[in-house]
Design a protein around this ligand. Structure first.
Ligand SMILES: [Zn+2]
Length: 386
């Protein structure tokens, strides 16, 4: 989920500002990965046009079919960004179960795009048995850049535009209206066009599982103090107030297993240091308006999901963000690669059924601070003893 703005500004702008504050237990200066370097090399971050160019190339050159299309081509009613950009999806695989993988819903969290394009390329070219098993089991819907306007502006949110005038909508104070797209799937509000467009596409796809790629600030692992490179989390925390109530607890178990499997698989890589995603030192999150929360809750907005389809989702949070100048070029390759490994491992484990064999208590073995409560977008902070 990361963070886009100085803390004081975030509290002014975001309804659940505590969400954006990563667990920071030490000074910002850390070792090689993640790298601070005191600056962010935005020159190496993919633009919207770069992304389309790469998608087009992959569609043309891949050994196994990659299908690239816009939501307009997919037939959603709303199908452009607030600023009128096309919204892109790429599919690979021919299996019967659909998978949803989205990146860069926060425009200043760039590696979701790079990670997805890398995995898409691998799935389009790699003939090994592991990749073939993934292609045979699943049809994967990759959304490499959920928030193209925010990406072009290098901001977390997007800006609402007036369709009639083509100008930004202003609030009563004369300010642009910025919307966090990851708080915009709610029963009473789909403020941004991107939200409604991707929501309708989700109702068309009805995926079995989902993955959401984010960035966070630099943080240290509880207990060891080691620099964390990847946090594993879910916007409705396992064991929290909400997730155990969905599907008789089935998603509470599945999300524990999904993250537990990734934790086991990636623990063999020395450069990856993992923990659980927490905020404010010891809080898990329970955010119902998050996109992937709404997926798990089976949100039926204006009758568009009449069957109440829902699916479990996990998110991966790569350490480092553009706003803090903590996305150093030195760590770029490893940051992207750990996301690719996490996604590929999870897909492979789901394809073989190994994920469903994981002891759900593995979730508790992922390093984390003792949980004191749940940060919510509906009832403030709920104590762990709720
Ligand atoms: Zn994010």
């Amino acid at each position: 989920m990361g963070k886009a703005l100085p803390r004081h500004a975030r509290f002014a702008l975001l309804s659940a500002a505590v969400l954006a504050a990563p667990l920071l237990t030490g000074p910002a200066a850390v070792a090689n990965f993640p790298s601070t370097e005191g600056n962010t090399s935005t020159a190496s971050i993919l633009t919207y046009d770069d992304t389309i160019t790469e998608l087009t190339k992959l569609e043309r050159t891949s050994r196994y079919p990659v299908d690239v299309f816009t939501l307009e081509e997919a037939g959603t009613t709303v199908n452009k960004s607030e600023q009128g950009r096309d919204l892109y999806v790429a599919t690979v695989g021919s299996g019967p179960e659909e998978i949803w993988i989205q990146g860069r819903i926060h425009g200043n969290e760039p590696y979701g795009t790079e990670s997805i394009l890398t995995l898409l390329k691998d799935l389009g070219t790699n003939g090994s048995a592991e990749y073939q098993a993934i292609r045979d089991a699943f049809t994967i819907h990759f959304i490499p850049m959920y928030n193209p306007d925010g990406s072009e502006m290098n901001i977390r949110q997007t800006v609402l535009y007036d369709d009639a005038t083509g100008e930004p909508l202003l609030n009563s104070a004369g300010q642009q209206q910025r919307i966090d797209l990851n708080r915009d799937w709610t029963a009473d509000r789909f403020a941004a066009d991107e939200s409604l467009a991707f929501y309708e596409y989700w109702t068309m796809v009805q995926p079995e599982y989902g993955i959401d790629i984010h960035h966070q600030g630099l943080k240290q692992q509880y207990g060891t103090g080691d620099d964390v490179t990847l946090s594993l989390g879910i916007s409705l925390a396992p064991g929290g107030p909400t997730l155990p109530t969905i599907k008789d607890g089935a998603y509470d178990v599945l999300t524990r297993q999904m993250h537990g499997y990734v934790f086991q698989e990636l623990s063999q890589y020395g450069y990856i240091t993992m923990d659980r995603y927490q905020v404010g030192n010891s809080l898990e999150i329970d955010i119902k308006g998050g996109v992937v929360s709404a997926m798990m809750l089976g949100l039926n907005y204006q009758g568009m999901n009449p069957t109440g389809h829902s699916n479990p989702v996990v998110f991966f949070e790569t350490s480092g963000n553009t706003s803090d100048g903590s996305l150093g070029q030195k760590a770029r390759g490893k940051s992207i690669q750990q996301n690719v490994l996490a996604m590929k491992s999870l897909l492979s484990g789901l394809a073989t059924g190994e994920v469903q064999q994981v002891d759900p208590e593995t979730w508790d073995a992922i390093p984390h601070a003792p949980v004191t409560g749940y940060s919510t977008d509906y009832a403030g902070t709920i104590p762990a003893s709720f």
